[in-house]
Design a protein around this ligand. Structure first.
Ligand code: ARG
Length: 468
Protein backbone atom coordinates (compact mmCIF):
# COMPACT_ATOMS: atom_id res chain seq x y z
CA UNK A 1 0.00 0.00 0.00
CA UNK A 2 1.11 3.55 -0.54
CA UNK A 3 0.12 6.64 1.40
CA UNK A 4 -3.16 6.90 -0.48
CA UNK A 5 -4.01 3.34 0.40
CA UNK A 6 -3.29 1.97 -3.07
CA UNK A 7 -2.03 -1.59 -3.29
CA UNK A 8 1.21 -2.30 -5.05
CA UNK A 9 -0.07 -4.48 -7.87
CA UNK A 10 2.91 -6.80 -8.40
CA UNK A 11 6.08 -7.75 -6.52
CA UNK A 12 7.99 -6.61 -9.62
CA UNK A 13 6.93 -3.02 -8.97
CA UNK A 14 8.56 -1.04 -6.20
CA UNK A 15 6.19 1.88 -6.19
CA UNK A 16 2.47 1.95 -5.94
CA UNK A 17 0.52 3.04 -8.98
CA UNK A 18 -0.33 6.63 -9.65
CA UNK A 19 -4.00 7.45 -9.27
CA UNK A 20 -4.34 8.62 -12.87
CA UNK A 21 -2.62 5.45 -14.05
CA UNK A 22 -5.24 3.48 -12.20
CA UNK A 23 -7.99 5.48 -13.78
CA UNK A 24 -6.75 4.93 -17.32
CA UNK A 25 -5.72 1.33 -16.74
CA UNK A 26 -8.46 -0.24 -14.64
CA UNK A 27 -11.31 -1.85 -16.55
CA UNK A 28 -13.37 -3.21 -13.67
CA UNK A 29 -15.99 -0.47 -14.00
CA UNK A 30 -17.02 -1.77 -17.40
CA UNK A 31 -15.74 -5.34 -17.66
CA UNK A 32 -17.60 -6.47 -14.54
CA UNK A 33 -20.45 -7.55 -16.80
CA UNK A 34 -18.17 -10.35 -18.01
CA UNK A 35 -18.21 -11.84 -14.49
CA UNK A 36 -20.70 -14.69 -15.23
CA UNK A 37 -18.57 -15.75 -18.22
CA UNK A 38 -15.39 -15.48 -16.20
CA UNK A 39 -16.85 -17.73 -13.50
CA UNK A 40 -18.09 -20.27 -16.07
CA UNK A 41 -14.70 -20.34 -17.74
CA UNK A 42 -12.92 -20.79 -14.37
CA UNK A 43 -15.21 -23.67 -13.42
CA UNK A 44 -14.35 -25.40 -16.70
CA UNK A 45 -10.66 -24.59 -16.30
CA UNK A 46 -10.49 -26.07 -12.78
CA UNK A 47 -12.31 -29.17 -13.98
CA UNK A 48 -9.86 -29.57 -16.85
CA UNK A 49 -6.80 -29.02 -14.64
CA UNK A 50 -7.95 -31.80 -12.31
CA UNK A 51 -8.88 -34.12 -15.19
CA UNK A 52 -5.34 -33.70 -16.52
CA UNK A 53 -3.78 -34.30 -13.12
CA UNK A 54 -2.42 -30.73 -12.97
CA UNK A 55 -4.29 -29.98 -9.73
CA UNK A 56 -5.76 -32.42 -7.23
CA UNK A 57 -9.43 -33.36 -7.03
CA UNK A 58 -9.51 -31.72 -3.60
CA UNK A 59 -8.24 -28.44 -5.02
CA UNK A 60 -10.76 -28.66 -7.84
CA UNK A 61 -13.61 -29.15 -5.36
CA UNK A 62 -12.42 -26.23 -3.27
CA UNK A 63 -12.22 -24.07 -6.39
CA UNK A 64 -15.68 -25.14 -7.51
CA UNK A 65 -17.17 -24.33 -4.12
CA UNK A 66 -15.51 -20.92 -4.12
CA UNK A 67 -16.55 -20.18 -7.70
CA UNK A 68 -20.13 -21.11 -6.97
CA UNK A 69 -20.09 -18.75 -4.01
CA UNK A 70 -18.68 -16.03 -6.30
CA UNK A 71 -21.42 -16.73 -8.85
CA UNK A 72 -23.97 -16.22 -6.11
CA UNK A 73 -22.36 -12.96 -4.98
CA UNK A 74 -22.21 -11.73 -8.58
CA UNK A 75 -25.87 -12.47 -9.20
CA UNK A 76 -27.23 -11.08 -5.94
CA UNK A 77 -24.94 -8.06 -6.05
CA UNK A 78 -23.20 -8.80 -2.77
CA UNK A 79 -19.72 -9.18 -4.28
CA UNK A 80 -17.39 -6.76 -2.49
CA UNK A 81 -14.60 -5.17 -4.52
CA UNK A 82 -11.12 -4.66 -3.11
CA UNK A 83 -8.72 -1.87 -3.85
CA UNK A 84 -6.42 -3.99 -6.00
CA UNK A 85 -9.17 -5.26 -8.26
CA UNK A 86 -7.92 -3.97 -11.59
CA UNK A 87 -10.33 -5.90 -13.74
CA UNK A 88 -12.98 -8.60 -13.53
CA UNK A 89 -10.40 -11.39 -13.74
CA UNK A 90 -8.30 -10.14 -10.83
CA UNK A 91 -11.36 -9.39 -8.71
CA UNK A 92 -12.73 -12.90 -9.11
CA UNK A 93 -9.39 -14.62 -8.62
CA UNK A 94 -8.77 -12.55 -5.48
CA UNK A 95 -12.17 -13.51 -4.07
CA UNK A 96 -11.64 -17.19 -4.95
CA UNK A 97 -8.36 -17.11 -3.03
CA UNK A 98 -10.09 -15.57 -0.01
CA UNK A 99 -12.68 -18.35 -0.09
CA UNK A 100 -10.54 -21.33 -1.11
CA UNK A 101 -7.25 -20.43 0.54
CA UNK A 102 -4.22 -22.22 -0.93
CA UNK A 103 -6.29 -23.89 -3.68
CA UNK A 104 -7.40 -20.46 -4.91
CA UNK A 105 -3.83 -19.72 -5.91
CA UNK A 106 -3.89 -22.71 -8.26
CA UNK A 107 -6.78 -21.46 -10.43
CA UNK A 108 -4.56 -19.44 -12.73
CA UNK A 109 -2.27 -22.42 -13.47
CA UNK A 110 -1.84 -22.83 -17.24
CA UNK A 111 -3.82 -19.70 -17.96
CA UNK A 112 -3.08 -16.05 -18.67
CA UNK A 113 -5.40 -13.09 -18.56
CA UNK A 114 -4.75 -12.85 -22.29
CA UNK A 115 -6.43 -16.11 -23.24
CA UNK A 116 -8.88 -15.60 -20.37
CA UNK A 117 -10.20 -12.24 -21.56
CA UNK A 118 -10.40 -13.43 -25.18
CA UNK A 119 -12.49 -16.38 -24.00
CA UNK A 120 -14.83 -14.29 -21.83
CA UNK A 121 -15.36 -11.88 -24.67
CA UNK A 122 -16.05 -14.63 -27.20
CA UNK A 123 -18.66 -16.10 -24.82
CA UNK A 124 -20.25 -12.67 -24.35
CA UNK A 125 -20.26 -11.97 -28.09
CA UNK A 126 -21.84 -15.33 -28.85
CA UNK A 127 -24.72 -14.55 -26.47
CA UNK A 128 -25.07 -11.04 -27.85
CA UNK A 129 -25.25 -12.40 -31.40
CA UNK A 130 -27.89 -14.96 -30.42
CA UNK A 131 -29.94 -12.24 -28.71
CA UNK A 132 -29.70 -9.84 -31.64
CA UNK A 133 -30.53 -12.61 -34.10
CA UNK A 134 -33.67 -13.57 -32.18
CA UNK A 135 -34.80 -9.95 -31.84
CA UNK A 136 -34.22 -9.30 -35.55
CA UNK A 137 -36.28 -12.36 -36.47
CA UNK A 138 -39.08 -11.31 -34.09
CA UNK A 139 -39.16 -7.88 -35.70
CA UNK A 140 -39.25 -9.45 -39.16
CA UNK A 141 -42.28 -11.45 -38.00
CA UNK A 142 -44.04 -8.32 -36.76
CA UNK A 143 -43.40 -6.65 -40.12
CA UNK A 144 -44.69 -9.71 -41.93
CA UNK A 145 -47.87 -9.75 -39.82
CA UNK A 146 -48.41 -6.07 -40.63
CA UNK A 147 -47.71 -6.76 -44.30
CA UNK A 148 -50.33 -9.49 -44.35
CA UNK A 149 -52.90 -7.21 -42.73
CA UNK A 150 -52.17 -4.42 -45.25
CA UNK A 151 -51.52 -6.50 -48.34
CA UNK A 152 -54.10 -4.67 -50.44
CA UNK A 153 -53.68 -1.12 -49.18
CA UNK A 154 -52.39 1.06 -52.05
CA UNK A 155 -49.84 3.75 -51.30
CA UNK A 156 -47.39 5.73 -53.39
CA UNK A 157 -43.93 4.22 -53.70
CA UNK A 158 -41.18 6.82 -53.74
CA UNK A 159 -37.83 7.50 -55.32
CA UNK A 160 -36.01 10.73 -54.40
CA UNK A 161 -38.93 11.16 -51.99
CA UNK A 162 -41.04 11.97 -55.08
CA UNK A 163 -44.13 9.90 -55.78
CA UNK A 164 -42.98 7.32 -58.30
CA UNK A 165 -45.21 4.26 -58.71
CA UNK A 166 -47.98 2.92 -56.54
CA UNK A 167 -47.30 -0.12 -54.38
CA UNK A 168 -49.18 -2.00 -51.72
CA UNK A 169 -48.31 -1.07 -48.14
CA UNK A 170 -47.72 -4.76 -47.43
CA UNK A 171 -45.06 -4.81 -50.15
CA UNK A 172 -43.32 -1.79 -48.64
CA UNK A 173 -43.35 -3.27 -45.13
CA UNK A 174 -41.94 -6.56 -46.38
CA UNK A 175 -38.88 -4.72 -47.67
CA UNK A 176 -37.96 -4.16 -44.02
CA UNK A 177 -38.69 -7.78 -43.12
CA UNK A 178 -36.13 -8.90 -45.72
CA UNK A 179 -33.55 -6.46 -44.37
CA UNK A 180 -34.00 -7.86 -40.88
CA UNK A 181 -33.74 -11.41 -42.12
CA UNK A 182 -30.41 -10.54 -43.72
CA UNK A 183 -29.38 -8.99 -40.39
CA UNK A 184 -30.31 -12.22 -38.63
CA UNK A 185 -28.04 -14.11 -41.01
CA UNK A 186 -25.17 -11.75 -40.25
CA UNK A 187 -25.65 -12.31 -36.51
CA UNK A 188 -25.71 -16.05 -37.09
CA UNK A 189 -22.37 -15.79 -38.88
CA UNK A 190 -20.93 -14.28 -35.68
CA UNK A 191 -21.46 -17.71 -34.09
CA UNK A 192 -18.92 -19.07 -36.57
CA UNK A 193 -16.58 -16.20 -35.76
CA UNK A 194 -16.71 -17.15 -32.07
CA UNK A 195 -16.46 -20.90 -32.62
CA UNK A 196 -12.76 -21.38 -31.76
CA UNK A 197 -11.77 -21.50 -28.10
CA UNK A 198 -8.89 -19.14 -27.21
CA UNK A 199 -8.39 -20.59 -23.70
CA UNK A 200 -5.25 -22.69 -23.42
CA UNK A 201 -3.19 -20.32 -25.54
CA UNK A 202 -1.68 -18.93 -22.34
CA UNK A 203 -0.06 -15.53 -22.59
CA UNK A 204 0.76 -16.08 -26.26
CA UNK A 205 2.92 -19.14 -26.77
CA UNK A 206 0.98 -21.98 -25.22
CA UNK A 207 1.46 -23.32 -21.67
CA UNK A 208 3.93 -25.64 -19.94
CA UNK A 209 1.29 -28.21 -19.04
CA UNK A 210 -0.38 -30.98 -21.00
CA UNK A 211 -3.84 -29.42 -20.90
CA UNK A 212 -6.96 -30.79 -22.55
CA UNK A 213 -8.31 -27.92 -24.63
CA UNK A 214 -10.95 -30.11 -26.28
CA UNK A 215 -12.44 -30.73 -22.87
CA UNK A 216 -12.51 -26.98 -22.21
CA UNK A 217 -14.13 -26.38 -25.59
CA UNK A 218 -16.89 -28.87 -24.98
CA UNK A 219 -17.49 -27.57 -21.42
CA UNK A 220 -17.85 -24.01 -22.72
CA UNK A 221 -19.76 -24.78 -25.91
CA UNK A 222 -17.04 -23.98 -28.45
CA UNK A 223 -17.13 -26.06 -31.63
CA UNK A 224 -13.37 -26.10 -31.97
CA UNK A 225 -10.05 -25.10 -30.43
CA UNK A 226 -7.99 -22.23 -31.85
CA UNK A 227 -5.07 -23.59 -33.85
CA UNK A 228 -2.53 -20.89 -33.14
CA UNK A 229 -1.87 -19.46 -29.68
CA UNK A 230 -0.57 -16.17 -31.09
CA UNK A 231 -3.70 -15.71 -33.17
CA UNK A 232 -5.89 -16.83 -30.28
CA UNK A 233 -4.86 -14.00 -27.93
CA UNK A 234 -4.66 -11.38 -30.71
CA UNK A 235 -7.94 -12.17 -32.42
CA UNK A 236 -10.83 -9.78 -32.01
CA UNK A 237 -12.33 -10.42 -35.45
CA UNK A 238 -15.50 -11.63 -33.81
CA UNK A 239 -15.93 -8.21 -32.18
CA UNK A 240 -15.51 -6.54 -35.57
CA UNK A 241 -17.97 -8.99 -37.12
CA UNK A 242 -20.58 -8.41 -34.46
CA UNK A 243 -20.15 -4.64 -34.62
CA UNK A 244 -20.44 -4.75 -38.41
CA UNK A 245 -23.63 -6.78 -38.23
CA UNK A 246 -24.99 -4.46 -35.55
CA UNK A 247 -24.09 -1.35 -37.55
CA UNK A 248 -25.90 -2.65 -40.62
CA UNK A 249 -28.95 -3.64 -38.60
CA UNK A 250 -28.99 -0.24 -36.89
CA UNK A 251 -28.76 1.48 -40.26
CA UNK A 252 -31.82 -0.47 -41.38
CA UNK A 253 -33.68 0.59 -38.26
CA UNK A 254 -32.69 4.20 -38.87
CA UNK A 255 -34.37 4.07 -42.27
CA UNK A 256 -37.48 2.61 -40.68
CA UNK A 257 -37.37 5.35 -38.05
CA UNK A 258 -37.00 8.02 -40.72
CA UNK A 259 -40.06 6.75 -42.57
CA UNK A 260 -42.12 6.59 -39.39
CA UNK A 261 -41.19 10.21 -38.69
CA UNK A 262 -42.29 11.28 -42.18
CA UNK A 263 -45.38 9.10 -42.29
CA UNK A 264 -46.68 10.21 -38.91
CA UNK A 265 -46.42 13.89 -39.90
CA UNK A 266 -49.64 15.63 -40.92
CA UNK A 267 -48.07 16.27 -44.34
CA UNK A 268 -48.04 12.54 -45.06
CA UNK A 269 -50.60 11.36 -42.54
CA UNK A 270 -49.95 7.73 -43.47
CA UNK A 271 -49.77 6.33 -39.95
CA UNK A 272 -50.35 7.07 -36.32
CA UNK A 273 -48.07 5.91 -33.53
CA UNK A 274 -49.60 4.72 -30.29
CA UNK A 275 -49.62 7.26 -27.47
CA UNK A 276 -47.33 4.87 -25.63
CA UNK A 277 -44.72 5.56 -28.32
CA UNK A 278 -45.00 9.33 -28.55
CA UNK A 279 -44.37 12.36 -26.41
CA UNK A 280 -46.18 15.67 -26.07
CA UNK A 281 -44.72 19.14 -26.27
CA UNK A 282 -44.12 21.25 -23.19
CA UNK A 283 -45.52 24.31 -24.96
CA UNK A 284 -47.62 23.23 -27.98
CA UNK A 285 -50.67 21.32 -26.78
CA UNK A 286 -51.46 19.84 -30.20
CA UNK A 287 -48.11 18.06 -30.63
CA UNK A 288 -47.57 14.32 -30.66
CA UNK A 289 -43.92 13.73 -31.33
CA UNK A 290 -42.44 10.50 -32.72
CA UNK A 291 -39.34 10.69 -30.49
CA UNK A 292 -38.55 6.98 -30.50
CA UNK A 293 -38.62 6.89 -34.30
CA UNK A 294 -36.34 9.92 -34.41
CA UNK A 295 -33.97 8.18 -32.01
CA UNK A 296 -33.92 5.05 -34.17
CA UNK A 297 -32.65 7.40 -36.85
CA UNK A 298 -30.06 9.03 -34.62
CA UNK A 299 -28.66 6.04 -32.73
CA UNK A 300 -27.50 4.16 -35.81
CA UNK A 301 -24.38 6.28 -36.43
CA UNK A 302 -23.34 5.68 -32.84
CA UNK A 303 -23.08 1.96 -33.58
CA UNK A 304 -21.19 2.43 -36.84
CA UNK A 305 -18.85 4.76 -34.93
CA UNK A 306 -18.16 1.94 -32.47
CA UNK A 307 -17.23 -0.25 -35.43
CA UNK A 308 -14.95 2.44 -36.85
CA UNK A 309 -13.37 2.94 -33.42
CA UNK A 310 -12.72 -0.79 -33.06
CA UNK A 311 -11.00 -0.86 -36.44
CA UNK A 312 -8.93 2.02 -35.10
CA UNK A 313 -8.00 0.07 -31.98
CA UNK A 314 -6.81 -2.96 -33.95
CA UNK A 315 -5.27 -1.37 -37.01
CA UNK A 316 -1.50 -1.45 -37.02
CA UNK A 317 -1.42 -3.24 -33.67
CA UNK A 318 1.59 -5.55 -33.40
CA UNK A 319 0.95 -9.11 -32.23
CA UNK A 320 0.03 -10.34 -29.73
CA UNK A 321 -1.95 -8.93 -26.82
CA UNK A 322 -1.63 -5.19 -26.25
CA UNK A 323 -3.46 -3.21 -23.62
CA UNK A 324 -5.09 -1.31 -26.48
CA UNK A 325 -7.34 -4.33 -26.76
CA UNK A 326 -8.96 -3.55 -23.43
CA UNK A 327 -10.76 -0.80 -25.36
CA UNK A 328 -12.74 -3.44 -27.27
CA UNK A 329 -15.22 -3.86 -24.43
CA UNK A 330 -16.87 -0.47 -24.15
CA UNK A 331 -17.32 -0.29 -27.92
CA UNK A 332 -18.85 -3.74 -28.01
CA UNK A 333 -21.02 -3.31 -24.92
CA UNK A 334 -22.40 0.04 -26.01
CA UNK A 335 -23.21 -1.28 -29.48
CA UNK A 336 -24.91 -4.37 -28.05
CA UNK A 337 -26.99 -2.34 -25.58
CA UNK A 338 -27.89 0.35 -28.10
CA UNK A 339 -28.97 -2.15 -30.72
CA UNK A 340 -31.06 -4.14 -28.22
CA UNK A 341 -32.86 -0.94 -27.28
CA UNK A 342 -33.40 0.02 -30.90
CA UNK A 343 -34.83 -3.40 -31.76
CA UNK A 344 -37.14 -3.24 -28.74
CA UNK A 345 -38.33 0.26 -29.69
CA UNK A 346 -38.96 -0.72 -33.31
CA UNK A 347 -40.86 -3.78 -32.12
CA UNK A 348 -42.97 -1.75 -29.69
CA UNK A 349 -43.80 0.94 -32.22
CA UNK A 350 -44.76 -1.48 -34.96
CA UNK A 351 -46.86 -3.67 -32.70
CA UNK A 352 -49.03 -0.68 -31.84
CA UNK A 353 -48.97 1.41 -35.02
CA UNK A 354 -52.08 2.12 -37.05
CA UNK A 355 -52.09 3.03 -40.71
CA UNK A 356 -54.55 5.47 -42.33
CA UNK A 357 -56.01 3.76 -45.34
CA UNK A 358 -57.79 6.77 -46.83
CA UNK A 359 -54.70 9.00 -46.66
CA UNK A 360 -52.53 6.32 -48.28
CA UNK A 361 -55.16 5.70 -50.96
CA UNK A 362 -55.61 9.42 -51.70
CA UNK A 363 -51.86 9.80 -52.21
CA UNK A 364 -51.74 6.64 -54.30
CA UNK A 365 -54.54 7.79 -56.59
CA UNK A 366 -52.35 10.58 -57.97
CA UNK A 367 -52.71 9.81 -61.70
CA UNK A 368 -49.14 10.82 -62.43
CA UNK A 369 -48.14 7.56 -60.77
CA UNK A 370 -49.51 5.82 -63.86
CA UNK A 371 -47.00 7.50 -66.18
CA UNK A 372 -44.77 4.43 -66.45
CA UNK A 373 -47.77 2.22 -67.13
CA UNK A 374 -48.90 4.49 -69.97
CA UNK A 375 -45.41 4.33 -71.44
CA UNK A 376 -45.51 0.52 -71.19
CA UNK A 377 -48.96 0.60 -72.84
CA UNK A 378 -47.39 2.37 -75.83
CA UNK A 379 -44.55 -0.17 -75.83
CA UNK A 380 -47.25 -2.83 -76.07
CA UNK A 381 -48.43 -1.02 -79.23
CA UNK A 382 -44.99 -1.34 -80.77
CA UNK A 383 -43.32 1.95 -79.77
CA UNK A 384 -39.74 1.83 -78.44
CA UNK A 385 -39.67 2.46 -74.69
CA UNK A 386 -37.50 5.59 -75.01
CA UNK A 387 -39.99 7.16 -77.48
CA UNK A 388 -42.91 6.14 -75.28
CA UNK A 389 -41.20 7.79 -72.31
CA UNK A 390 -40.94 10.96 -74.40
CA UNK A 391 -44.62 10.90 -75.43
CA UNK A 392 -45.85 10.44 -71.86
CA UNK A 393 -43.50 13.13 -70.58
CA UNK A 394 -45.18 15.49 -73.07
CA UNK A 395 -48.66 14.51 -71.86
CA UNK A 396 -47.68 15.10 -68.22
CA UNK A 397 -46.28 18.51 -69.13
CA UNK A 398 -49.44 19.37 -71.09
CA UNK A 399 -51.72 18.32 -68.23
CA UNK A 400 -49.83 20.10 -65.48
CA UNK A 401 -49.32 23.29 -67.54
CA UNK A 402 -53.09 23.54 -67.98
CA UNK A 403 -53.94 22.56 -64.41
CA UNK A 404 -55.53 19.27 -65.43
CA UNK A 405 -55.02 15.64 -64.58
CA UNK A 406 -54.09 13.07 -67.23
CA UNK A 407 -57.65 11.74 -67.43
CA UNK A 408 -58.89 15.25 -68.15
CA UNK A 409 -56.94 15.46 -71.41
CA UNK A 410 -59.09 15.48 -74.52
CA UNK A 411 -59.13 12.59 -76.98
CA UNK A 412 -57.74 14.84 -79.69
CA UNK A 413 -54.83 15.87 -77.49
CA UNK A 414 -54.04 12.24 -76.78
CA UNK A 415 -54.12 11.29 -80.44
CA UNK A 416 -51.97 14.24 -81.33
CA UNK A 417 -49.36 13.11 -78.82
CA UNK A 418 -49.36 9.67 -80.42
CA UNK A 419 -51.70 8.07 -82.92
CA UNK A 420 -51.09 4.81 -81.06
CA UNK A 421 -53.14 6.00 -78.07
CA UNK A 422 -56.74 4.77 -77.96
CA UNK A 423 -58.46 7.31 -75.65
CA UNK A 424 -60.79 4.67 -74.16
CA UNK A 425 -57.94 2.33 -73.35
CA UNK A 426 -56.03 5.30 -71.99
CA UNK A 427 -58.86 6.12 -69.56
CA UNK A 428 -59.18 2.48 -68.54
CA UNK A 429 -55.48 2.43 -67.73
CA UNK A 430 -56.02 5.28 -65.28
CA UNK A 431 -58.87 3.39 -63.62
CA UNK A 432 -58.47 2.36 -60.03
CA UNK A 433 -55.94 -0.28 -59.09
CA UNK A 434 -54.86 -1.22 -62.60
CA UNK A 435 -51.31 0.12 -62.13
CA UNK A 436 -50.73 -2.01 -59.10
CA UNK A 437 -52.07 -5.22 -60.54
CA UNK A 438 -50.07 -4.74 -63.74
CA UNK A 439 -46.91 -5.42 -61.67
CA UNK A 440 -46.94 -9.14 -62.30
CA UNK A 441 -43.19 -9.86 -62.17
CA UNK A 442 -41.82 -11.99 -59.35
CA UNK A 443 -40.93 -9.80 -56.39
CA UNK A 444 -43.20 -7.03 -57.65
CA UNK A 445 -46.17 -5.45 -55.90
CA UNK A 446 -49.04 -7.11 -57.83
CA UNK A 447 -51.32 -9.14 -55.54
CA UNK A 448 -50.35 -12.56 -56.88
CA UNK A 449 -46.63 -11.82 -56.59
CA UNK A 450 -47.17 -10.29 -53.18
CA UNK A 451 -49.03 -13.36 -51.91
CA UNK A 452 -46.12 -15.48 -53.06
CA UNK A 453 -43.68 -13.12 -51.35
CA UNK A 454 -45.62 -13.29 -48.07
CA UNK A 455 -45.34 -17.07 -48.14
CA UNK A 456 -41.64 -16.91 -48.95
CA UNK A 457 -41.01 -14.45 -46.13
CA UNK A 458 -42.83 -16.67 -43.64
CA UNK A 459 -40.78 -19.67 -44.79
CA UNK A 460 -37.57 -17.62 -44.49
CA UNK A 461 -38.53 -16.68 -40.92
CA UNK A 462 -39.11 -20.35 -40.03
CA UNK A 463 -35.73 -21.25 -41.51
CA UNK A 464 -34.04 -18.43 -39.61
CA UNK A 465 -35.67 -19.55 -36.36
CA UNK A 466 -34.37 -23.06 -36.97
CA UNK A 467 -30.90 -21.56 -37.38
CA UNK A 468 -30.70 -22.61 -41.01
N1 ARG B 1 -8.43 -6.10 -18.51
C1 ARG B 1 -7.63 -6.65 -19.55
C2 ARG B 1 -8.35 -6.47 -20.89
O1 ARG B 1 -9.47 -6.21 -20.87
C3 ARG B 1 -7.42 -8.11 -19.32
C4 ARG B 1 -6.18 -8.65 -19.95
C5 ARG B 1 -4.98 -8.13 -19.30
N2 ARG B 1 -3.80 -8.73 -19.81
C6 ARG B 1 -2.60 -8.21 -19.57
N3 ARG B 1 -1.58 -8.85 -20.07
N4 ARG B 1 -2.45 -7.12 -18.87
O2 ARG B 1 -7.77 -6.58 -21.93
Amino acid sequence: MNARGRLISSPRLAMSQDDAFRRINDSLAFDWRLAPYDVAQSLAHAKMLAACGIISAGDRDALHRALEQVAQEVSDGSFVFADGDEDVHMAIERRVSELAGEAGGRLHTARSRNDQVATDLALFTRDAALGAEAAAIDLAQTLLDLARAHADWPMPGYTHLQRAQPVYLGHHLLAYAWMLLRDARRFRAVLTATAALPLGAGALAGVNFATDRELLASELGFAEVSENSIDAVSNRDFVLDHLAAAATCATHLSRLGAELVLWSSEEFGFCELSDAWASGSSIMPQKKNPDAAELLRAKAPRISARLAAMHGVLHGLPLTYNKDMQEDKEHLFDAVDTLALMLAAAQGMLQTISFRRERLAAAASDELLAATDIADYLVGKGLAFRSAHHVVGGLVRLASASGRTLSQLAAAELREASPLIDPREFQALLGDGAWLESKVSRGGTGSAALREQLAHAQAAIERARAGA
